[in-house]
Design a protein around this ligand. Structure first.
Ligand code: URA
Length: 246
């Protein structure tokens, strides 16, 4: 791979917009092969150079993988005439080729993987793979006493759709009535419809886990970061190992 400008490389690695990484480099927080570099235009070989930002080594990957904490009010799409999209949370210089893995409703928050790796996305979202997705839902209304058993048995939704077995747990330490729901599939509005089928209404929904990966608690809604090597390995393990049963 040919050498590229250091600011372009850091942008591709998810370290910020071109302007932000330019400032980062000029302030002396970036080293290349052990030496501080203050010139954003410095030619750098992405595959061989050891680039360190604030003491953290950055590794170039031909494909890009990000964890986004999706905020409410933003739609899971690349482009939309009316609403802000999850891709618009990324600097324009970084967006090319990226897409979200699966989708969350406009009012749902939490963990969304954004990548340009179509094969990984397909593997994680394929209904046949049964990759775990965990949600925390604030619920209003009284759930039927056997709600968890009905989830475990494979719930039938109000329109007759039959769901795969799922796990429903109450989180008694929370101020509001909150449940944790673990699914192995991703039907339209699935958590909201499952909770409705057992007597409740979801008033707030957040995904906290996907395919072995937990939402990073340090990511504020709207913030994203590149996946670490270990996190990527976890997702790639799901790609290979899917299809486990509860
Ligand atoms: N289930 C829902 O109801 N909404 C989401 O966004 C995700 C899962």
């Amino acid at each position: 791979m040919p050498a590229m400008r250091l600011d372009k490389l850091l942008t591709q690695l998810g370290c910020g917009s071109r302007k932000e990484v330019g400032a980062l480099i000029r302030s002396g927080r970036v080293t290349v092969d052990g030496a501080p570099v203050r010139d954003p235009a410095c030619k750098t070989d992405p595959e061989t150079a050891v680039v360190v930002v604030d003491g953290r080594p950055q590794r170039y990957q031909a494909q890009r993988y990000f964890m986004l904490n999706k905020p409410a009010g933003v739609i899971t799409a690349s482009r939309d005439g009316r609403h802000q999209t999850v891709l618009e949370l990324f600097p324009a210089s970084q967006r090319r080729g990226l897409f979200a893995v699966g989708r969350l409703d406009k009012d749902t928050e939490g963990l969304l993987i954004v990548t340009d790796d179509g094969a990984l996305s397909h593997a994680l979202m394929s209904p046949a793979r049964h990759v775990d997705k965990v949600y925390e839902a604030v619920v209003e209304g009284a759930l039927v006493p056997d709600a968890a058993d009905r989830f475990a048995a494979g719930l039938t939704l109000r329109d007759g759709t039959v769901c795969l077995p799922a796990v429903l747990e109450r989180l008694p330490d929370r101020a509001e009535q909150t449940v944790r729901v673990t699914l192995r599939e991703g039907k339209y509005h699935q958590v909201k419809r499952m909770i409705a089928a057992v007597g409740g209404t979801v008033v707030h929904l957040r995904r906290v886990w996907l395919g072995g990966l937990a939402l990073d608690p340090s990511l504020a809604p709207g913030a994203f970061r590149a996946l670490t090597d270990a996190e990527l390995a976890l997702l790639q393990g799901q790609e290979r190992d899917g299809k486990k049963e509860f």
